[in-house]
Design a protein around this ligand. Structure first.
Ligand code: 9UX
Length: 68
């Protein structure tokens, strides 16, 4: 069964921001789907096993944004 986690990312203001975050988070091991809501900053990640918060934080920061 998959794990679903939701995080809030600050600083995204356009579709390119969404694409960057999606790309970085998608590279984390086990990630199956990344759904970003630009209006709210909500990032919902579906993965085979739960991700560590710190791993998600690093990926989001590599994209140039931050976790709330
Ligand atoms: Mo363009 Mo979205 O700099 O930050 S990628 S607004």
């Amino acid at each position: 069964s998959s794990s679903t986690q939701t995080f809030t990312v600050t600083g995204m203001t356009c579709g390119h921001c969404v694409a960057s975050v999606t790309e970085e988070v998608s590279e984390l091991a086990g990630v199956e789907d990344v759904a970003v809501d630009l209006a709210t900053g909500s990032v919902t990640i579906t993965s085979s096993t739960p991700l560590e918060d710190d791993a998600v934080r690093v990926a989001v920061e590599e994209a140039g944004y931050a976790l709330a």
